[in-house]
Design a protein around this ligand. Structure first.
Ligand SMILES: [Zn+2]
Length: 117
């Protein structure tokens, strides 16, 4: 197991979690993920197992359609650091681009067909 630390661009929203070493990512083709273009963690972390730190009340949330998925973003810099998933509420996927030690351009990406849900 390894501890990963990440943050939005301005640093007002930061997080850490423990997981197996990250060797791939996940891209989703739903209407919101297509616009964000982020490489997400291919696994989920129970919300209670992630450490989330928020400064200046910077965390906001965007919901659409069913409203179940919670797409969090930093009100200051606009970056999406993590979201609570539609299929497994109470669990987060993280934006791997927020983790400095991960090169998101060298990881293989699985595709999730969120557009067909
Ligand atoms: Zn920020």
């Amino acid at each position: 197991m390894k501890t990963y630390q990440g943050k939005c661009h301005c640093g007002d929203v930061s997080f850490s979690f423990r997981s197996e070493e990250i060797t791939d990512g996940l891209r989703c083709n739903c209407s919101v993920c297509k616009r964000k273009g982020a490489l997400m963690s291919s696994f989920v972390i129970p919300a209670g197992d992630a450490n989330i730190n928020i400064l200046h009340d910077a965390l906001s949330v965007y919901r659409f359609d069913t409203g179940i998925a919670k797409h969090y973003f930093c009100k200051s810099c606009g970056i999406y650091p993590f979201h609570e998933t539609l299929r497994a509420p109470g669990n987060y996927r993280f934006n791997l681009g927020c983790i400095d030690e991960i090169d998101t351009f060298s990881l293989p990406a699985k595709i999730f067909d969120g557009a067909s849900l």
